[in-house]
Design a protein around this ligand. Structure first.
Ligand code: ARG
Length: 457
């Protein structure tokens, strides 16, 4: 059955399995508001061009308002044969306004209609997520500022490398999220183009004013080619790819928190952990494991959607209906992740004594090399000399900071009494005062820049 499936060309019914297979209402009803908005604009546009009377256009707009109210207050009744949100709304509209309802679709196709609805929905979601990004960035920057003085171990290859500020580490995870927010902002004008008025593929035969439609719907412009307009899902792919990359960044953050939680350097609030059904002592960082895990499937959705588009002939094909489930799932996932991640950041507690415990004097070996550099020794040489000191400390099983001046001078006579000043983590950190470094002023600048950026979102 259905509004179009049982059209004049067809005799005999549809296989019930085919109806279930073909329908999209069960998921695209999420776009009811966008669908009605698009139809209101279209009714006005065909009234404006005179293909229906002004009176009829008004009837359609009023009828659509009633349909909108039914969705809004939960009384819209889905009927057998409602194939998708477009047919369901038109069916209901026609029940309310009578045969004039059948005029709404003049010159329009579900192909340009669904492209319009999906773009409107996507742009709404993008703007919404941008706000969530601002909240997360502000939370991260605030926690970094509150804990500006705490030091911790920095790693490369997950091997202790150099001392850094906890705040610097936290901001290192805000920086990619800031780029994600920038990217998302830049994507919006590309998605926000109006395909309505493209018809099924060839264009609109009634001279509908597409600039008017775009304006009514809050689009930034109109799409340029009607064939492309009905099958372009770049904006979906771009958004899904964006989700995958942004969640990849959140995944890296989650892993770092899990590692530092293992070292007891970061306390995770009970609100974001769970216990074990068997082991009473357990407190598992489930929220962070899920944050770490979500990127995988998100990437799968992006790759899956791209694969769906690959090799499609012009113009619309039903394959395109497959865009909605991954789109909606990805947006839901990302919104949850941003809320959880913000919650984790606001409630986690850095534990300075344990973070410091992960520091070891060997992590100042570069500073020892730099000490000789400041005395005029070429770095390649000082790297070698400091390496010999690390080796001696290791062989004699003492901390490198406890080597005597005599021992150091036996390795290189240019070591002097002031070498003892090297063994200070705070001094080491404060030397990294150039832009982007772990010195306090430098981190505070990073924090201020991100707070200022978040306010522009
Ligand atoms: N429900 C379809 C979709 O989501 C839109 C309908 C277009 N169908 C068609 N037979 N031209 O893509």
């Amino acid at each position: 059955g259905g509004l179009f499936g049982a059209g004049g060309r067809f005799k005999g019914g549809t296989d019930p399995i085919m109806e279930k297979f073909n329908e999209s209402l069960s998921f695209d009803k999420r776009m009811w508001a966008q669908d009605i908005k698009g139809s209101v604009a279209y009714a006005k546009a065909i009234g404006k061009v005179g293909i229906i009377s002004q009176e009829e256009a008004n009837q359609l707009v009023e009828g659509l308002e009633k349909v909108r109210q039914e969705w809004a207050n939960g009384t819209f009744e889905i009927k057998a044969g409602d194939e998708d949100i477009h047919t369901a709304n038109e069916r209901r509209l026609t029940e309310i306004v009578g045969p004039v309802g059948g005029k709404l679709h003049t010159g329009r196709s579900r192909n340009d209609q669904v492209a319009t609805d999906t773009r409107l929905w996507t742009v709404d979601a993008e703007r919404d997520i941008l706000k969530d990004m601002a909240t997360l960035l502000e939370a991260g920057a605030t926690v970094a500022k509150e804990n500006i003085d705490i030091l911790m171990a920095g790693y490369t290859h997950l091997q202790p490398a150099q001392p850094i500020r906890f705040s610097h580490w936290l901001m290192s995870h805000m920086a990619p999220l800031m780029r994600d927010a920038q990217r998302l902002k830049e994507m919006i004008p590309r998605a926000n183009q109006c395909p309505l008025g493209s018809g099924a593929l060839a264009g609109n035969a009634f001279g509908v004013d597409r600039e008017f439609l775009a304006n009514e719907l809050g689009f930034d412009g109109v799409t340029s080619n009607s064939l492309d307009s009905v099958c372009d899902r770049d904006f979906v792919v771009e958004f899904l790819m964006w989700h995958a990359l942004m969640l990849t960044h959140i995944s890296q953050f989650a892993e770092d928190v899990i590692i530092n939680n293992l070292l007891k350097g970061i306390y995770i609030d009970d609100a974001y952990a769970t216990g074990s059904s068997l082991m009473p002592q357990k407190k598992n960082p489930d929220a962070l494991e899920l944050l770490r895990g979500k990127a995988g499937i998100a990437l799968g959705r992006a790759v899956g959607m791209t694969a769906t588009l690959k090799g499609l002939p012009r113009a619309y094909n039903k394959d395109l209906q497959e865009d909605k489930v991954p789109l909606f799932d990805s947006v839901d996932t990302v919104k949850d992740c941003l809320a959880i991640c913000t919650g984790v950041i606001c409630t986690m507690k850095p534990k300075p004594e344990y973070l410091m415990k992960a520091l070891s004097p060997e992590m100042l070996a570069t500073d020892l090399a730099d000490y000789l550099v400041r005395k005029g020794v070429p770095f390649r040489e000082t790297h070698h000399i400091s390496g010999a000191c690390v080796r001696l400390a290791e062989d004699t099983e003492v901390g490198i900071d406890t080597l005597t001046l005599e021992q150091l001078q036996a390795i290189d006579k240019r070591f002097e009494a002031d070498v003892k000043d090297v063994w200070d983590y705070e001094v080491s950190v404060e030397r990294k005062c150039s832009i982007g470094g772990t010195g306090k002023a430098s981190v505070l600048k990073q924090i201020d820049d991100i707070i200022a950026f978040a306010k522009t979102l």
